[in-house]
Design a protein. Structure first.
Length: 436
């Protein structure tokens, strides 16, 4: 792995750690102030909707502008938003709506930053090392999942204001690292010299690129469907655990889940992923379906302590391998727009999941699996009835969905043969020479 990539990855990971902790702490603050789950969930929507809506524009900017400067500008913008939050805290004037605005503004800058970051990455490592690099990128998911445990520790030590100040410092440090690290123009401006598309056409370029390559289009559709199933379980895992465990049990199990993603990312970064990427990706997806369904077997923290980390261990191999294939098949000067289109589609699936999960659990499946409910005598005989069993049934359904999705995807010939039918993009010579 190249030193330049590791240095940038390390600084960005630190920023992701602190931002995840800040986001969790602010959510707790909002819930404590309002007692409203809806307002708590609104923070998550403020964080994710800008990515869905603005990813095409961010990808266009990443292909048109200097990617280093775009990342530095995005870090500075996010730092200013966090600084405003720190000021409101220091003056005792923070209100709930301020958090919505700051979260949304930070997400706008984060969308631009990630578009530039992900499109530069394949130019910083050789294609043989790309799977390993994507494994390292998946470590960020472990951080987000484990953020409640880290947040609790920091909150006790430095308080809410201290957490925000640490986050602000990490943004500024990331900007300094980006300013100092040497990056050739082939990495920061790979599309330089090519005439730019009209802006409106540019915004739809990523989807047009994918549609013209059916194998990649099917791959993105697969990732979106995976996000639907995985996201449904992910957003409901905390209510599932709290239906039979305490807040302390929840914190411990969330940390265990983060450890599972972390271990998967480490193995992916050391191994690089399967040589037959699509087949390997589908195999891990199938295994993940079994583990997801296993969450429903009993209301037991010990069961979740085993199956949740095991399921999350498979996550880097599914998502990281899928992104690796797309990166290998996309010209560097077009990668920002293409990856942003991928994020728009996959994150839109996540938003749908967030909107549907609560109503499905509260209004449909929980009542059906109460004692005497419509499914109490059938499904309830297998997984039990009472609090949380409707959520457990959703885990059973989403796991079954992945078990069906993986073999169905394999039957699609364009997807199965995408690696053979689409040649890998040749690396720019000066970018390859500059790696050290």
């Amino acid at each position: 792995m190249t030193r330049t990539f590791v240095v940038i990855w390390s600084s960005q990971l630190l920023s992701i750690i602190t931002s995840s902790i800040t986001g969790f702490v602010l959510g707790v603050w909002v819930f404590q102030q309002t007692g409203s789950a809806t307002q708590f969930v609104t923070i998550t929507l403020c964080a994710i909707l800008p990515e869905v809506l603005l990813s095409p524009l961010a990808g266009s900017l990443a292909d048109r502008w200097d990617r280093r400067k775009l990342m530095m500008g995005a870090d500075l913008g996010a730092a200013l938003a966090t600084g405003a939050l720190a000021l409101l805290l220091a003056t005792g004037t923070l209100e709930v709506w301020h958090i919505y605005v700051v979260t949304a503004v930070g997400a706008v800058f984060g969308t631009a930053q990630m578009a530039a970051y992900h499109s530069m990455m394949p130019l910083l490592v050789s294609k043989e090392q790309l799977g390993r690099a994507n494994g390292m990128m998946q470590v960020a998911d472990a951080v987000r999942i484990a953020s409640p445990l880290l947040a609790g520790t920091l909150l006790v030590g430095v308080g809410l204001t201290g957490v925000v100040v640490i986050d602000l410092t990490a943004f500024l440090l990331s900007r300094v690292v980006l300013h100092l690290v040497p990056l050739p123009r082939a990495v920061t401006r790979p599309g330089e010299g090519k005439p730019a598309e009209p802006v409106l056409r540019d915004l739809g370029f990523g989807l047009s690129f994918l549609r013209s390559r059916p194998g990649l289009f099917w791959l993105v559709a697969l990732l979106a469907a995976y996000n639907l199933f995985f996201g449904m379980a992910g957003v409901l895992v905390q209510p599932l655990i709290l239906s039979f465990g305490s807040a302390a049990v929840l914190g411990a199990l969330m940390a265990a889940g983060g450890a599972g993603v972390f271990a998967g990312g480490l193995v992916m970064s050391a191994w690089g992923g399967p040589k037959q990427r699509v087949r390997g990706m589908l195999a891990f997806m199938f295994a993940g379906g079994l583990l997801l369904a296993a969450h429903s077997l009993a209301p037991s923290p010990w069961l979740v302590a085993v199956v949740a980390p095991a399921f999350l261990f498979t996550l880097p191999f599914v998502q990281g391998t899928g992104i690796t294939v797309i990166q290998l098949k996309t010209p560097p000067g077009e990668l920002g727009r293409v990856l942003s289109a991928v994020r728009t589609v996959t994150q839109a699936a996540t938003v749908l999941t967030y909107l549907a999960a609560g109503p499905l659990a509260d209004r449909v499946f929980e009542p059906m699996l109460e004692p005497g409910g419509a499914l109490a005598g059938s499904v309830g005989a297998a997984i039990g009835t009472g609090d949380g069993r409707g959520i457990a049934f959703i885990f059973l359904l989403t796991g079954a969905g992945l078990l069906v999705l993986a073999p169905l995807a394999y039957l699609q010939p364009r997807l199965r043969r995408v690696e053979a039918e689409l040649p890998d993009i040749e690396e720019p010579s000066d970018a390859a020479i500059s790696r050290s």
